[in-house]
Design a binder for this molecule. Structure first.
Ligand code: CTP
Length: 227
């Protein structure tokens, strides 16, 4: 299995990447969120830009610097991320959803800081939009790539998401391991394609993993060949 590389003179791809967590407000000083440093999505944006592609990074709140040559759009909530992605989809050849989107949000965020009167607090949560599902029908020839961070049944869960979200490729990782997933600089991912093929990559830096993923993005976006 080898992947083709983008060469000078090839048409650059317009790549939309999402990264980081989203934050869903409880009140002006509190929020619920996901564990995500944004490192994998930023590494992908950096790698894609270094290869000469036109990259737009829709980023949730993270403490990382904007990668060189990348347009960064900063968002906070899942709904803001959905809107930012939807607005740029038509101008993108590839969407890579590396963001850890919060799945629930407080149904009625308070306009004022909640006071800790009483011993218990019950928060009513509602689902946030599933961004990939909401744009499934607009996919057309655009490549849609997702991530699946799992703690059990990684392959089965990744396959389910690949199908449900209408993806071309999903990047799965087992976040219960200490050397892969959240906050660390390394990752151990398995790539799963819509045609049933899969490839487990060894432990490597997130930047190296981004390189392997980008090899496949370029290959899938180009003329079809076998894996
Ligand atoms: N995703 C999305 N919108 C959401 C949640 C997730 O577009 N509201 C995207 C993520 O960016 C990722 C993929 O869907 O590329 C899988 O995300 P994950 O959180 O692993 O899956 P969920 O859809 O939340 O499913 P589950 O809660 O069953 O794990």
């Amino acid at each position: 299995m080898t992947a083709g590389r983008f060469r000078i003179g090839d048409e650059p791809l317009r790549i939309l990447v999402t990264a980081g967590p989203t934050r869903e407000p409880i009140d002006p000083v509190r929020f619920i969120s996901n564990r995500s440093s944004g490192k994998m999505g930023y590494a992908l944006a950096e790698e894609a830009a270094a290869r000469g592609h036109a990259v737009c990074l829709v980023s949730g709140p993270v403490s990382l610097a904007a990668p060189a040559g990348v347009t960064v759009v900063r968002v906070t909530t899942a709904e803001e991320m959905r809107r930012a992605v939807a607005a740029r989809l038509g101008r993108s050849d590839v969407l890579i959803m590396a963001a850890a989107v919060a799945d629930w949000r407080p149904r009625k965020p308070s306009a004022w800081k909640l006071k800790k009167a009483g011993m218990r607090m019950v928060l009513e949560l509602e689902r946030t939009p599933d961004i990939l599902r909401s744009i499934r029908t607009r996919k057309g020839r655009r490549l849609h790539i997702g991530f699946a961070a799992e703690t059990r049944d990684m392959l089965a869960e990744a396959r389910r998401k690949l199908r449900n979200k209408g993806l071309d490729l999903i990047v799965a990782n087992d976040v219960s391991r200490s050397d892969a997933g959240f906050e660390v600089d390394t990752n151990r991912v398995t790539l799963l394609w819509a045609d049933g093929a899969r490839q487990a990559l060894p432990l490597m830096s997130k930047r190296e993993a981004a390189g392997r993923i980008m090899d496949w993005v370029e290959r899938l976006a180009g003329p079809k060949t076998s894996k």
